[in-house]
Write a protein that binds this ligand. Structure first.
Ligand SMILES: Nc1ncnc2c1ncn2[C@@H]1O[C@H](COP(=O)(O)OP(=O)(O)OP(=O)(O)O)[C@@H](O)[C@H]1O
Ligand SMILES: [Mg+2]
Length: 246
């Protein structure tokens, strides 16, 4: 396996001398009394307060429809809260102008539940494009993408169109794309839903490696095998209300 060539991840969307994201254990994500109502009247999240610290792995569990994806979508500003405050690195993300929102998004890796791959583009290209938009060098992109394909057991699929892959293979491409830039914050929505137990271990190994380099990771999941017995905090959503379990 190749060395991890990525630099230590730091948030750059609002660089300040006292950038708290460089301190392990500092608060990175804070939700205060957040409610999300989808029009006209679907209450997806109700009065949710929640904190994630730098370098932390958090599991977000709960039944289908409980609000897990909604919470992740609020964090990357794909959705806006109806009420309440969402801060990342001490900044109210719903007050960011469009350029700052772009920079915020560049600091957050998202493995979407519904994948959002470009089906006609190759596996390699789907992952590489996440790095191209951040102007990484061709050499760095080649090294990193190859490293990820290797770690996720996808090397032989590198030139296949993503749309021709199995669900489990596509899921791994989505994960590789989300972690490619070693983002300071990774949001993984049901990342092991289509994977067998061995492939689940590969994905979790990659997440732990990223976490050891300083990234915070929030994982929405139904997969007990990845959170039971772990020493990471678990929050459960039940009809939009959050409870800390561990
Ligand atoms: N765009 C939307 N418009 C209206 N209602 C929505 C929308 N997205 C989600 N919902 C509703 O909000 C609630 C929470 O949905 P969400 O997708 O966050 O749940 P989830 O916990 O991720 O579920 P799953 O485990 O099935 O992925 C559900 O009642 C869902 O039907
Ligand atoms: Mg979901």
């Amino acid at each position: 396996m190749q060395e991890n060539t990525m630099e230590k991840p730091t948030f750059t969307f609002q660089p300040t001398p006292e950038d708290i994201s460089t301190q392990t254990g500092a608060v990175m994500v804070e939700l205060v009394k957040v409610t999300k109502i989808y029009p006209p009247d679907v209450v997806a999240l109700r009065n949710v307060s929640f904190t994630a610290r730098r370098g932390e792995i958090i599991f977000l569990t709960g039944a289908s429809g409980a609000g897990k994806s909604t919470l992740l979508k609020l964090l990357c500003r794909q959705e806006r809260p109806t009420k309440g405050l969402i801060e990342i690195n001490g900044t109210d993300i719903n007050k960011l102008k469009s350029a700052a929102t772009q920079r915020l998004r560049q600091n957050i890796g998202v493995a979407y539940q519904d994948f959002r791959l470009l089906p006609r583009q190759s596996v390699y290209q789907n992952i590489a494009m996440a790095m191209e938009v951040q102007f990484k060098s061709v050499k760095e992109i080649r090294q990193r993408v190859t490293e990820l394909l290797d770690k996720l057991s996808l090397i032989e699929k590198r030139n296949k169109p993503a749309g021709k892959l199995s669900r489990g293979e596509q899921q791994r491409v989505v994960i590789a794309r989300a972690v490619a830039n070693a983002p300071p914050l990774l949001l993984a929505d049901e990342p092991t839903g289509n994977l067998d137990s061995n492939t689940t271990l590969l994905v979790m190994g990659l997440f732990h490696e990223l976490n050891e380099s300083g990234s915070a990771i929030i994982i929405a999941t139904h997969d007990k095998s990845i959170y039971e017995g772990s020493n990471h905090r678990q929050f459960e959503l039940h009809q939009g209300e959050i409870t800390q379990i561990t």
